[in-house]
Design a protein around this ligand. Sequence first.
Ligand code: SF4
Ligand code: SF4
Length: 76
Amino acid sequence: MNYVKIAADECKGCRVCVSVCPHHCLMIGTQINALGYQHAVFHGFDTCTACGLCFFSCPEPGAITVFADEKEAPHE
Ligand code: SF4
Ligand code: SF4
């Protein structure tokens, strides 16, 4: 299963990842993080393709980590 881990306290709640995800896997939640922002939340366990668009578009290093299911990852 592909999934995305959000480091809640690294997120500034800018919504860029929410906007770029082609499968609507991310949303801004209601909880406030240590920086005082409502942070992104991943809810795309059935739909995430591990494309990495959220990771590459996030302005905060370390806020997003994408995990690809080994069975679905391309093989060299
Ligand atoms: S890896 Fe791709 S499909 Fe998965 S949450 Fe990020 S943008 Fe969406
Ligand atoms: S793009 Fe990064 S900083 Fe912006 S809401 Fe998403 S995880 Fe948070």
